[in-house]
Design a protein. Structure first.
Length: 92
């Protein structure tokens, strides 16, 4: 996953916190999902560095996977549960 400091206009943004154990597990799930396609198509951002975006996008907790279209968050995933669940969210 590519680390960014701003939200993309389109695509998926994974928001995490460095000291979050659940975020580490979610990150591993996302690596598996991302490996199903060529290239880095999921971007990630440390939530501590994008507080204004998190407030504007109404992100309530981390880890969070955001689907963004035309600079708008159209869906959010907080409960990663399994690789299959994350894959299904990304395929929507």
């Amino acid at each position: 996953m590519k680390e960014v400091t701003a939200a993309p206009e389109n695509g998926f943004l994974y928001v995490y916190a460095p000291m979050c154990g659940t975020c580490a597990i979610a990150s591993r799930m996302l690596e598996i999902v991302e490996a199903t396609k060529d290239g880095e198509w999921i971007q990630q951002a440390n939530g501590n560095f994008i507080p204004e975006f998190l407030e504007q996008a109404q992100v309530m907790s981390v880890p969070a996977l955001l689907k963004i279209e035309d600079n708008q968050v159209v869906s959010r995933l907080y409960a990663f549960q399994s690789v299959q669940n994350v894959f299904a969210f990304c395929a929507e």
